[in-house]
Design a protein around this ligand. Structure first.
Ligand code: UDX
Length: 436
């Protein structure tokens, strides 16, 4: 089967590389010349375990091509995956202009041609499938575009994307016809997991509902975490205690600086916007976002309790990536922590194994106001306090006994509950964790 993939972003690239590895011939349409050339030369544009080797292997075997020639890719393919971005607009709704542009290209290159299945993998608002159908008819200008639109949301987690693509918890496909269903069954034939075939509206809602639910779990435990701090309870044990209940489950109950990344914040905003647009009370999600926004204030308050005055003090921020194992700094909680520290008049020295270049690039105006250093021990030297924002394993391995001697004042806020607090206190740190 010949497959076309539109957009070599996170989802598109992982989808294309994995599908080619399964034996399909995949043509990826990517408009960004620099990105396309890099990929065609076998250099992955994202950091994702296993992806680089798979990319090289499938390029070499000729199953994977990166191109800007969308007409050829469309004409050659039976199934077209749409994986372009749907960024947030200022009001929180998803910006659909890239999807709309791809729709036009697909229609114009498939007039009077054989049946093709257009599979939307980008996270999109309810009703997008219908919109694509409507726009297809308009762009076809009375001629026939033999297209069927399906929705196939992606649940990949950064840092485990290849593994999760190849071994998903489930596959969700919103598709109307038997022909479309059978094509998607062929695509995913080798996958041994539940496969849920639905209408397109249901599939579109499943993606938003899943991400919003997971984000809700995180804000929920963060809310409980604050109560644990006030009462002297331990949020990790509360999470364990409720997590044994199979209906709740142990995952996504780690208290911390809040969720970030390219999905949760964006999808929550979009889902809340969708609910509101139907006149529904989606205030629950507004609260989830509000709790997340307030995490940094709580952290600053704790530092103030130890350091009295933050103005003029040097604070080391350990971790810029929104979670370990990735260089992704989109909507990372580090942003609000750094902003809050700067507004207190503190000076910030930030470190991260992979995220510094991206942070400088993406958050340039904030980056201008702080300093960066690659080596965490250097960041900690002379600091009045350190805040762990990302739970990189490397931070556990640091020589904390030595670091304590080199800090100006040994104040440590472990925003991820990753260090052994008894050990840290024994070493002489004024040590604070989250929710315990
Ligand atoms: C998420 C979803 O998990 C994935 O299914 C979807 O397709 C895309 O969005 P991802 O953004 O890669 O994936 O990150 P994830 O591992 O889910 O973590 C999201 C954020 O929540 C991170 O900032 C993480 O640190 C935070 N988090 C996660 C917590 O604070 N506590 C937890 O218990 C779990």
């Amino acid at each position: 089967m010949n497959i076309g993939v539109f957009g070599a972003g996170y989802v598109g690239l992982v989808t294309a590389v994995c599908l080619s590895d399964l034996g399909f011939k995949v043509r990826v349409v990517e408009k960004d010349r620099v990105k396309r050339n890099k990929l065609q030369e076998g250099v992955s544009t994202i950091y994702e375990p296993g992806l680089q080797e798979m990319l090289v292997r499938n390029l070499k075997d000729g199953r994977l091509i990166f191109t800007d020639d969308s007409p050829s890719a469309i004409q050659a393919s039976e199934v077209l995956f749409v994986c372009v971005g749907t960024p947030s607009r200022p009001d929180g709704s998803a910006d659909m202009s890239q999807i709309e542009a791809v729709t036009k290209e697909i229609v114009e290159s498939s007039l009077d041609s054989e049946y093709k299945l257009v599979v939307v993998k980008s996270t999109v608002p309810v009703g997008t499938g219908r919109w694509i159908e409507k726009m297809s008819a308009l762009y076809a200008k009375g001629r026939k575009a033999n297209l069927e639109i399906a929705s196939n949301p992606e649940f990949l987690r950064e840092g485990a994307a290849v593994k999760e693509f190849m071994h998903p918890d489930r596959i969700v496909v919103g598709v109307a016809s038997e022909r479309g269903k059978s094509l998607m069954e062929d695509v995913y034939r080798s996958f041994d997991c539940p496969k849920l075939f639905t209408d397109s509206h249901t599939a579109e809602i499943i993606k938003y509902a899943a991400n919003s639910f997971l984000a809700t779990k995180i804000s929920y435990i963060n809310m409980v975490s604050d109560l644990c701090e006030e009462t002297g309870a331990d949020v990790a044990l509360v999470a364990e205690g409720i997590g044994y209940d199979k209906r709740i489950g142990p995952d996504f109950l780690k208290a911390g600086p809040g969720f970030g990344g390219s999905c949760f914040p964006k999808d929550l905003r979009a889902f809340a916007h969708i609910g509101k647009s139907y006149g529904l009370n989606f205030g629950l999600l507004e609260q989830v976002m509000q709790i997340n926004r307030e995490r940094s204030q709580r952290m600053i308050r704790k530092l103030r309790e130890q350091l009295w005055v933050l103005g003029g003090k040097r604070i080391a921020v350990l971790g810029l990536a929104f979670k370990p194992g990735t260089d992704d700094v989109r909507e990372t909680p580090a942003i609000s922590v750094i902003e809050a520290l700067l507004s207190e008049g503190a000076s910030v020295l930030a470190t991260d194994p992979l995220g510094i270049a991206g942070f400088r690039d993406l958050h340039a105006s904030l980056a201008e106001r702080i300093s960066f250093v690659q080596d965490p021990e250097e960041a900690l030297r002379g600091a009045h306090a350190a805040v762990i924002v990302t739970d990189w394993e490397a931070y556990r391995q640091l020589d904390w006994a030595d670091i304590k001697l080199r800090m100006e004042t040994p104040v440590l806020l472990d925003g991820r509950n990753m260090l052994d607090r008894n050990e840290m206190r024994r070493l002489g740190f004024a040590f604070m964790a989250v929710g315990r």
